[in-house]
Every structure is written in C-alpha cells, then in structure tokens.
Design a protein around this ligand. Sequence first.
Ligand SMILES: [Zn+2]
Ligand SMILES: [Zn+2]
Length: 360
Amino acid sequence: MSSNHSSPSHRRFDPFFGDWVIFAPIREERPDDYEKNKHLECNSEACPFCVGHESQTPPSLWVGKASNGTLSTIQREHSGQVLCNEDWKVRVFRNRFPAIPTTQQSIHDKSQISAVSPTEIVGGHEVIVDTPIHTDRVSETSINESRLLLRAIRDRIAWWNQGKNIRHVTVFKNCGASAGASLHHSHCQLIASDHYPKQVQGLLNRSRLFTKKYGQCLLCNETYAELEDNSRTIFRGKSIAAYCPYASRFPMQVRIAPLDHQAQIEESSSDTLDETAMVVRRSVLALQQLFPNIAYNLVFSNLPPRKKKYALSFHWSVDLCPRSSSIAGFEIATGNMINCVLPEKAAEMYLRQLNLNLID
Ligand SMILES: [Zn+2]
Ligand SMILES: [Zn+2]
C-alpha cells in the first residue's frame, strides 16, 4: 500500500469502542522482513469442507440450495432428519474442535440448566461453509452462495437467540492464516455462549447514552454523516450503505450497514440481506484484487438476545477488517490501534477498483 506523505500522524475518536485510533501514514513505508500471510495448506482431497466430503464433518444443521436461480433453505429441528446430500451451496454443522462445546440440550431444556456449574461455559460453536468449492477467492464463488450465507447467518443467530442461557452470539469469518484461519476453504463461524463480553456491554452503554443525548442511534448517525460527507463512502444502495469509517481501526476497513434502523439481522428482509450479500461480496472482491494474498476478518455485530431495551440505540452491521498489519506491543499495552492507511485513501482505492468490476 502506498502512503500519503502529506498527512501527519493524528488521532480520531471511535465512538463505538469509546477510544482513540492513531493514524500514522508514514508507517506504511516501513521495511518488512517477515513473511506475511503464511500460505494455508491447499489440498481439496483432504478438505472436510469440500462437496462430497460431508461424512467427514458432523451432520448438517442447516443447508442452503440454489436451483435454477431459486434459493431454498432447510433447518434441522432437534430430532429431525440428518441433512446430508451433495447438492448444497452453503451448509452449517457443529465445529469438531469447538472453542465452546455445544450444549444445545441444556440451553433448550430447562431441567438441565441447574446441572451446569457456574464456571462452565454453555453454548455452541458452528461452522458455516459458504461454498462447495475449495477456494478462499470470492471471484470463484457465486452470488447465490453469498445470498445463502446471509440467510444461514440470520437463521442460526435466530435459533441461538432463543436459547435460554444464551447471552451473546458472534458470527465472523477468518480468511488467511494471519486472520486466524486454519483451513483454506472459505467458511464462517458462529460462537454462542452464556458469556457476556464486557466490550459488548460497553458498546451498548455508549450507544444508549448517545441516543439519550442526540435522539438518534449511533450507527444511523455515523452512516448518514458518512453519506453526507461522501469522502469515505464506497456504496449507497436501496437498503445498504458501505463506507470506510472515519476512525477505522484497520487499514482498508469497510463497514456495511442497513440504511433503516434495525437492531438485529433477524429483522432484515430478504431484499436487505441480498443487498448486504452483494456489497460484502464486492468489497471482498475489490480487496482481493488490490492485495491478492491479504488476510481479512468479517465481523457481524448484532444486538444480543434479551437486550431489547437497547433496540433503539443499537444497529446491526458487518465490518470487513483487512489484516495487513498485526496487533503488536503498542496495541497490547494501550488498547489503541495504529492505522497506517487513512480511510479517505482506502475509500478512493475501493471506489477505483469497484468501478472496474461489473460483476455481481
Ligand atoms: Zn475444500
Ligand atoms: Zn440505527
């Protein structure tokens, strides 16, 4: 990435994290001796996520199919049939190596809850494979796969949000070794648990204070301010906007959010989800064209279950966080991120690339 020498280091306040981000464009020019983006083993023969290898993973909990342009989805009930065939485009199953072992029984069955010790974590960890093809390139996947991914995320979040002990559900994608991925084949993960992250409560509190003070949701406010300013906007559609946030914590970060106030992705119409799928897809495609081996995270932010009192001040969104730089000593010591690419420059680069692409 090339830098802008005319921009001195400065800081910008991030109202969502309640902290500052330091912008240091000069650091883009640093020499780098370390090999970035370690190549992940790319062997489809041994890949449990590839089509035809369904028996190598736990049974499907959710399956999305596309036939003649029509999308269909099936979610397995507790005692339902195992969904196992080879005509899927997106499928969801339990993670074989979970951060939190699945305890679906205890969250849906009251009689089992008392048996859970306070030190245990209740919840589950699922894998959402978003293409049957062995790839991490969005250019090799289809728009229908992207649309089905958004439906899978909506349905699985809704399912977990009904769990009696579930307090938080996170959905994210790690793509590339330096973003935390261990497998090359494109996939997202969902972690649901009774653990309530302090950072999330901090965000809810700051959002509610903002709404009390200004009568508007924090993200609605940011989105419309970004669209009006226009120097960091990369997309404005019927129901979705995308921009490089003013206080981006990561170089080339993109935030994608519905234009109408919606606290949870479960409230979104299929049209809004389809537009989200298209914008996420175009943004990742542009990023992978600009920096072919870049690692990235996609992070979905959604109002947690049983937090309806924050529904007017919290707004769901997706952040694309490219991982061209590592979290290092300064960030660990202070919690402040250093970003060496100004979001105005990032937006310019995305816009130039998006204008070259006329695909779905
Ligand atoms: Zn594969
Ligand atoms: Zn809002």
